[in-house]
Design a protein around this ligand. Structure first.
Ligand code: AKG
Length: 281
């Protein structure tokens, strides 16, 4: 094990999730939060789009976070040494924000095979029950793909309001309490959700999806991904370049295409899943 304890590795294998893993000091997390808030002040609403998808192809500080050796050592402990970054979303809930995330499995939207993607959720603020932390059903990563439906415009932070529509045993729900600079790791099939922020402070974290290079994309769209560590002997993805500074012009055009391909593949995947769910009824 490079970063996780034996107990955390066992917990991830058994429950599909482990936390907390300290990856940054509180001061480093505060620094990254101040970088984010500076972007919000200077770009306003436009910045939301940057944070929504693949912000590592725009912002140097995000590039720094995703390459941090503490983060990658923990990811390596669960998916091995040859690592790609598949997607990145910055999840923001403002103070007293009613937005939430319904019960879902990340695998529903990701056309990836096999389903071994892991999300590192890295806290820049605290993330606890009161301000809408992520919660999960331990062991639910073994349930296979569950049926989801869409409810656009229902206040969900997920773009189409996706949520699980079959009964799940939610009698044992665990919360993921994190302090700034800590992260959790969750499996792509883990059933999880988050409540509104009922506090007077913000809740902010980076959700970073990592996959082993052996994972392939099942859809018709060839994706992009960033090689983080090790060797890619499989060539299933076009490799993303790294920014040298914020909004590096050499990467900006690439990012626009990468984001377009990501959404095209995601939409295709949602259509395929919708057909599968209808057929299974
Ligand atoms: O941050 C949240 O509230 C939801 C995060 C999530 O669903 C994820 O990282 O997969």
């Amino acid at each position: 094990m490079k970063r996780l304890t034996e107990a955390q590795a066992k917990e991830y294998a058994a429950e599909g999730c482990t936390h907390p893993v300290r990856v940054f000091s509180a001061a480093q997390a505060a620094h990254y939060l101040s970088c984010l808030e500076a972007g919000e002040r200077s770009m306003g609403a436009e910045f939301k789009k940057v944070l929504r998808t693949k912000a590592h192809l725009s912002l140097k500080w995000v590039d720094e976070v995703i390459h941090d050796s503490n983060v990658l050592d923990a990811v390596e402990d669960v998916i091995g040494p040859d690592i790609l970054l598949y997607n990145l979303t910055v999840w923001i809930k403002n103070a007293n924000d009613p937005s939430f995330v319904g019960w879902h499995q990340d695998s529903t939207y990701f056309p990836l095979d096999p389903a071994v993607q892991v999300t590192a959720w890295i806290a820049l603020t605290d993330s606890v029950a009161e301000n809408g932390s992520v919660n999960y059903l331990p062991g639910s990563q073994t349930l296979g793909q569950l049926r989801h439906a869409e409810a656009p415009g229902d206040g969900s932070l997920l773009s189409k309001g996706q949520h699980i529509v079959e009964p799940v045993d939610s009698s044992v729900v665990k919360t993921i309490p994190l302090q700034p600079g800590e992260m959790s790791l969750h499996h792509t099939r883990l059933v999880h959700y988050s409540d509104p922020n009922n506090s007077s402070r913000r809740r902010i974290g980076l959700g970073v999806s990592y996959i082993p290079t052996s994972v392939r994309c099942t859809g018709s769209v060839r994706h992009t991904a960033m090689l983080m560590r090790g060797v890619d002997r499989h060539n299933h993805f076009d490799h993303e370049p790294r920014v040298r500074f914020d909004f590096d012009p050499e990467v900006t055009a690439f990012r626009a295409d990468a984001v377009a391909r990501y959404y095209a593949a995601r939409d295709e995947q949602v259509e395929i899943r919708t057909r599968e769910f209808a057929a299974a009824r």
